[in-house]
Design a binder for this molecule. Sequence first.
Ligand code: ADP
Length: 457
Amino acid sequence: MNPPPFRKILVANRGEIAVRIIRACREMGIRTVAIYSTADRDALHVRLSDESVCVGPPETNVSYRNIPNIISAAEITQAEAIHPGYGFLSENAHFAEICQSAGVIFIGPSPESITLMGDKARAKSLMRETGVPVVPGSEGAISSEEDAITLFREIGLPLIIKASAGGGGRGMRIVHQETDFENAFQAAQTEAYQAFGSKDVYIEKYFINPRHVEIQILADGKGNIYSLGERDCSIQRRHQKLVEEAPSPFLTPKLRQEMSDAALRAAKAAGYTNAGTVEFLVDERKNFFFIEMNTRIQVEHPITESIFQYDLVKAQIRIAAGLPIEPPGKPFGHAIECRINAEDPWTFAPSPGTIQQFMIPGGPGIRVDTAFFSGATVPPNYDSLLAKLIATGRTREEALDRMSRGLSEFVIRGVKTTLPFHLALMNDSEFRKGQYSTGFVEPFLARRPKETEPFEE
Ligand code: ADP
């Protein structure tokens, strides 16, 4: 084994992603420090880490987002680096800066890159200058209603108003009718301020049923910058991803190459280092448009790992330690991920509680990333992700067959889960053909097979 790039890393997260990072560290010979809230005393990430520090009560702003307590935890345990995972502080430039000034390495891009990409309107302007196609719309944020109305006339309907500092599918308003525009604009500003602390909003053309296709990139800051292809994340509900697959059944080799080139151009223009994801919308005529760049590891990273046989978390750690990374090589086969949530499978209403039985699937081509086990509780304070089920096969068909089998082996009792939704989706003929867009799920739910059994606890 190579000498470990760090002695000790603090993992500033919880749930499956904290477990995922701890696993990478263990394979690299790096000791780990978990942080936890009082709701997570018995959580798997705490059990699997070498050391752990309680950082506060269940509410995330006083625990998993509590910068002073997390920095103190790193200092007390003498951790040399912090991995932020996704969510929480992962895209907080202020936190990345504080890490720097405390002499702890932040495993991610520079605070400047985070700030740049965190301001979506600014990021779009940079992309436009770099020659990356962007969704038509305002250049930068718009503050005055007059400017908004002028633009609105240019762009036409339908359009979408987005918070510059937005994320997680929140802070977006779609306008279909001219008479709705003024109200929507004002409401969007107020919402943006309340949710993200900035009332900056921008306007875009709203595509009807596009594909969401994103490119994974890795840059080591030593001149090596790689694209690890695309993930198709078009299966969404309310702009939140439910299922992802790689490669995209919609892309041609030519389009894949063009999108990868554009993503690499984007990352270079931003002086980007570490792992990042450049997100695009693709219309039915296969034109693609930049929407945003995420400056962290993504939930859906395992599908890329599966087809490239490449550990993205280890690469992130090596990059942060100033080490070069290996080129990814050629992908092979097909991978798909289902996000299994503690929610009603048809209404998606949250379903926290205690898990009485948790039996994960296995066998060829199956990976399960989870932090749950029989007897664990799903606290109401955090997101409802129970497990990510990832199926890989030589072909898309084999991957889907394995996913179907994996979903039917998976047993989770005590809380409602979205397993039945995923199982129905895997057996849907349109989905099987790869014919779907971001508008797929709603009509799918409406026509879902009536023979689907109601959920029984
Ligand atoms: P967030 O960062 O909040 O997730 P994104 O900008 O990544 O927001 O958009 C999330 C989803 O919203 C996209 O995957 C897509 O389904 C939808 N969306 C965003 N912008 C547009 C647009 N201009 N036209 C159509 N759909 C859009």
